[in-house]
Design a protein. Structure first.
Length: 191
């Protein structure tokens, strides 16, 4: 039972650590075409709730109806494509937030698109925003990593203790044989 709880505990801590590191990494850079964002406004509600965590993936082509994230200046915008046109071999997208009454005033060039939304996790954006703070980093990255290291050090310590015990028992048994039994061993120790 204890071993099952130990494995479960390690698995949960490991998953928290992997999720935290992956989301932190993909919020800064693209990894295998994936990028993550926290949606800060309600322009895509009800499809994407405010403070949802979304993941996007790069595509070669985008179509009407796709929800994409694109750069406009320093801002990342996630809206739905309502029409596509071609200009000089590049796709140009007219986008609109689902909750907005009208389309965006500027079209988005294909080169400004970072990806198509493939997953939306409601409310997890709050968690990601907290993870970007020092207490959040400590709670979701540092402490889980430390717990895994401590658990592994305990296992290593136990293995070293077992190995040492086996070596001592082996030496003791060979010493018994060398001195011709227990009586000779005791007399050699007292001499």
């Amino acid at each position: 039972m204890k071993k099952t709880l130990d494995i479960t505990f390690k698995s949960v801590i490991f998953l928290i650590l992997v999720f935290s590191l992956f989301t932190s990494l993909t919020s800064r850079i693209t990894v295998a075409g994936l990028k993550s964002y926290v949606v800060m406004t309600g322009s895509m509600e009800p499809f994407i709730k405010t403070k949802s965590l979304i993941y996007t993936i790069e595509q070669k082509q985008y179509s009407v109806g796709d929800v994409i994230t694109f750069k406009r200046g320093d801002e990342d915008i996630t809206h739905r494509i309502v029409s596509v046109s071609n200009v000089g071999g590049l796709q140009l997208f007219q986008t609109k937030g689902d909750a907005n009454k009208s389309a965006d005033p500027q079209k988005a060039f294909q080169t400004s698109v970072t990806g198509k939304v493939i997953l939306s996790l409601p409310l997890l954006g709050y968690l990601v925003l907290f993870m970007r703070t020092i207490p959040g980093f400590v709670l979701f990255i540092f402490i889980p990593a430390l717990l895994l290291v401590v658990q592994e050090l305990k296992i290593i310590k136990g293995e070293i203790e077992k190995e040492t015990e086996v070596k001592l028992l082996t030496r003791l048994q060979s010493s018994k044989r060398s001195f011709g039994g227990q009586e000779n061993l005791e007399s050699a120790q007292t001499a």
